[in-house]
Structure formats: structure tokens, C-alpha cells
Design a protein around this ligand. Structure first.
Ligand SMILES: Nc1ncnc2c1ncn2[C@@H]1O[C@H](COP(=O)(O)OP(=O)(O)OP(=O)(O)O)[C@@H](O)[C@H]1O
Ligand SMILES: [Mg+2]
Length: 261
């Protein structure tokens, strides 16, 4: 196990009935990297995210987070350690505004000491102010200021996904897992997102991005892991992966993805 890894996946297997969603998969995510996890539909990408956060339990194999085995750890504990994810289908809190959703992110991450806050009001209120300022800033950065007071569930899906990213950032991630962040975004919004992801990574957040938008993947990633039918078929830089025969073959005639640009 390499201590420079943010995530170390070793011989992980996960089946659903007869479907081998993840079949003896091993790879690492280097600390500080922006790593893409790509592959055709059904390759096992979202399953891998669910395994990272213990929403699914692996049939065998291990997953370590900065060297710590995550086996048996509750999902909320994993989030408090700084491993924060978004979902392929955005999961915003219905009945809350955009701002309230982002504020809720503060409670996903490092937990506040409630009794201490209750007894030390001045400090608590200044913390509260800081949290609100941070939320407003993130809403601004994600281009959601004009809808901050709107009901989150009323937003178009692409914007709900941006909201989920703002909420994830509010939690103060060390490692951010994004499942198809550009789905539902137009070209301009996607370009903005690309810049934002690179900036967040440059600020020290390790990132794993699952995406079907290949020009986005190839432009922002340092490292790419390619899954196909539950197995790792390639691993390397964008240039190496694009030139890889197995990758080209896996994508030929499938969906709308194109690896070669
Ligand atoms: N909860 C589940 N129950 C049964 N089968 C599942 C479950 N989750 C995933 N699968 C199956 O595991 C395989 C991998 O699915 P997964 O959602 O991980 O793919 P993906 O790479 O994220 O695909 P996409 O790009 O379409 O999102 C698929 O065959 C899927 O049907
Ligand atoms: Mg998926």
C-alpha cells in the first residue's frame, strides 16, 4: 500500500446476482491528483463510487483511504474523514432552497460540536456567519446566485448537479468523487465547470471524476482509469489512454462517447 495514495483499491469484486459489476479491480488514486474514471455504460463506474462510500459492500477485496481500510465504516463517518461524493442523479434536498442545500453541506463534513456552540454563543454566531459567507461564495462560484432562494428541486437537472457540487465543497472534502458532473450542462457551462474542477484540484483537493464527456475528461485529467464490463482495461495519461487499442475497441459502436477526438 502506498501512503501517497488517496484511494487504494485492491482486488475488489462486487456482483449483483449474475452480473459482475466489479470484477477483481485494482487501481490507485494518487493523493492530489485529478483522476478520471471512464468506461462505457454499465462498466461499473457508479458501482465503484458506491463501494468507496460503503453504500455497497464489496464481496471481496479492500479499499483504503490514505492507507486506512474503509471496511465496516459507516458512510457518514467516511464523509467526516473528508471523502465526499456526488450522485449520478443529483440528490438535492427537496423542500429546501438552493442556499439551504449548500448550508446543509457544512454538516456532512467535519461535525460541529453542538453543546460547545450552545454554551459559547459569540463564537458560534461568528462560525455561523463564516459558514453563511462560505455558502454564498460557493453559490456564486458555481453560477447559482440568481437562484439561491429558489426551491432546489425546481432547478433544471444540470443546475441541480452544480448545486450538489457546491454542497460537497461546503463539506470541506479532501477527496471529491463526482459522478457525471457535466451531465445536463451546455457547452459554456461545461467549460466553466472544467475550469472550476481544475482550480479546486489545484487548491489541493484530490478528485475522481466519472464522465462521458471525453473532451472534458481529456482536458482536465492527469490520470485516467478505464473500466469495461467491471474490469480495468487501461490506465494512464489522457494521451496514452486515447491511443490504447483496448479502449478504442471498448468504445466502438457504443453510446455517444468517443475517445479519439
Ligand atoms: N443496485 C444494483 N442492483 C443490481 N444491479 C446493479 C446495481 N447497481 C449496479 N448494477 C449493475 O452493475 C453494472 C454496473 O453498473 P454501474 O451503474 O456501476 O455502471 P456505470 O459505469 O456507472 O454506467 P453508466 O455510465 O451508465 O452510469 C450494470 O450492469 C448495472 O446494471
Ligand atoms: Mg454510472
Amino acid at each position: 500500500m502506498n501512503t501517497q495514495d488517496a484511494l487504494t483499491v485492491t482486488s475488489v469484486t462486487k456482483s449483483f446476482g449474475g452480473v459482475h459489476a466489479i470484477a477483481d479491480v485494482s487501481f490507485n488514486v494518487r493523493a492530489g491528483s485529478l483522476t478520471a474514471l471512464i468506461g462505457p455504460n454499465g462498466a461499473g463506474k457508479s458501482t465503484m463510487f458506491n463501494l468507496f462510500t460503503n453504500l455497497y459492500i464489496a464481496d471481496s477485496g479492500t479499499i483504503a483511504y490514505f492507507g486506512q481500510d474503509l471496511a465496516g465504516m459507516r458512510s457518514d463517518k467516511i464523509a467526516r474523514l473528508g471523502l465526499i461524493r456526488t450522485f449520478q442523479t443529483a440528490r438535492v434536498f427537496a423542500g429546501m432552497t438552493v442556499l439551504e442545500n449548500v448550508l446543509a453541506g457544512a454538516h456532512i463534513g467535519v461535525s460541529a460540536n453542538v453543546w460547545e456552540e450552545a454554551l459559547r454563543l459569540p463564537r458560534a454566531s461568528s462560525e455561523e456567519r463564516t459558514v453563511r459567507e462560505k455558502a454564498a461564495h460557493l453559490i456564486d462560484v458555481l453560477g447559482l446566485s440568481s437562484v439561491a432562494e429558489e426551491s432546489a428541486i425546481s432547478l433544471p437537472l444540470g443546475l441541480q448537479k452544480l448545486l450538489e457540487i457546491a454542497r460537497a465543497l461546503m463539506a470541506g472534502p479532501k477527496v471529491l468523487l463526482l459522478d457525471e458532473p457535466a451531465a445536463g450542462l451546455n457547452d459554456t457551462e461545461t467549460l466553466r465547470l472544467a475550469e472550476l474542477l481544475v482550480a479546486i484540484n489545484a487548491a489541493g483537493v484530490t478528485m475522481v471524476v466519472v464522465e462521458h464527456n471525453m473532451s472534458l475528461v481529456m482536458s482536465i485529467s492527469q490520470d485516467i482509469v478505464v473500466l469495461d464490463a467491471g474490469r480495468v482495461i487501461a490506465r494512464g495519461t489522457p494521451a496514452a489512454v486515447q491511443a490504447d487499442e483496448r479502449v478504442i475497441e471498448a468504445y466502438v459502436g457504443r453510446a455517444t462517447d468517443t475517445v479519439a477526438s
